[in-house]
Design a protein around this ligand. Structure first.
Ligand code: ADP
Ligand code: MG
Length: 293
């Protein structure tokens, strides 16, 4: 394995990220005036080791993006704490590279200047910035588009700029929320392999949300499966597949099929659990409405 252990804060085996008793409650409006508390995620506890690649799957609305936003420091938990290198998170910082849904590119910056954003903040000199942005623009297949503005790009291209921007300033932690969802299948596999290669070379800690079971298993050391209503971590599956790994090499292995099937089974149980909860809450809602009539 080519993963270096040169950074003190990323020594293998130590916890890089500690998620402690995280709850997130949203206040939602109901019937024009009434407000209702909605528990989006409840009692999420999770430790992620330095240099680990963790993927998260779960039904739509189970709180994956909510959790990632909190780790990014873009949203505050209602209770609980998250630590990175034993320091509590109080807001966004350059130790975390983020590719999040709804976290857009800067519309007034070209592709190149979006990619160079973190490097400018870090004070990297212009010549070096240019070399680095060239490398990452090439990596995401956007050579020739350096001077375009975000509104001149397709959704998939914008997503690739966001990925280049997050990778370019070499953060120790990468938080990615369905980063390849809008990207065509062939480019997606190239990007998955490139992400694996970068991760193997740089010892980053990655938390990656996806809808695809194959992607979750193909990339990860562990897959966390969430359930919904409220969102919590139902189960964590170890992915015991060889490293270094390329998606195309493992796709047809028996072990890969076995692990993806296991994750699929857990997700099936999650769907059933969510359906039962929804049924119960619909009945409770009907009772409470009929009581007020
Ligand atoms: P996922 O990413 O797993 O699809 P989200 O984290 O986006 O789910 O959302 C989790 C739940 O929290 C959903 O039911 C969603 O409707 C709700 N939610 C998310 N953001 C807000 C908000 N700002 N206000 C109210 N409810 C929200
Ligand atoms: Mg989401």
């Amino acid at each position: 394995m080519s993963k270096g252990l040169d950074k003190k804060s990323t020594e293998a085996g130590t916890d890089k990220i500690v998620i402690k008793n995280i709850n997130k409650v949203f206040s939602i409006k109901r019937n024009n005036s009434n407000k209702k508390e909605f528990i989006a995620i409840k009692d999420v506890n999770l430790n992620i080791k330095a240099g680990e690649f963790l993927t998260i799957v779960g039904p739509s609305g189970c709180g994956k993006s909510t959790l990632l936003d909190i780790i990014a420091g873009l949203s505050k938990p209602s209770s609980g704490e998250i630590y990175i290198d034993n320091k509590i998170i109080t807001g966004p910082a350059l130790d975390r590279g983020i590719v999040l849904q709804g976290y857009a590119l800067f519309p007034w910056r070209t592709v190149r200047h979006n990619v160079e954003f973190g490097l400018e903040i870090k004070g990297v000199k212009k010549k070096e910035r240019r070399e680095i942005s060239d490398r990452f623009i090439k990596l995401v297949g956007l050579e020739g588009f350096e001077d375009r503005y975000p509104y001149e790009l397709s959704g998939g291209m914008r997503q690739r700029v966001a990925i280049a921007r997050a990778l370019a300033y070499d953060p120790e932690v990468l938080l990615m929320d369905e980063p390849f969802a809008a990207i065509d299948a062939q480019t997606r596999e190239t990007m998955q392999d490139e992400l694996l290669r970068i991760w193997e070379e740089t010892n980053k800690t990655i938390i990656f949300v996806t809808h695809s079971i194959e992607e979750a298993v193909g990339l990860a050391d562990r897959v966390a499966i969430m359930s919904a209503n409220p969102g919590y971590i139902k189960e964590i599956v170890d992915v015991d597949l060889p490293r270094p790994r390329r998606i195309g090499d493992i796709r047809n292995s028996t072990n890969f099929s076995w692990i993806t099937h296991r994750v699929w089974e857990i997700l099936q149980n999650v769907q059933k659990e969510v359906a039962v909860k929804e049924n119960k809450s619909n009945i409770a809602e009907e009772i409470s409405v009929s009581a007020t009539i």
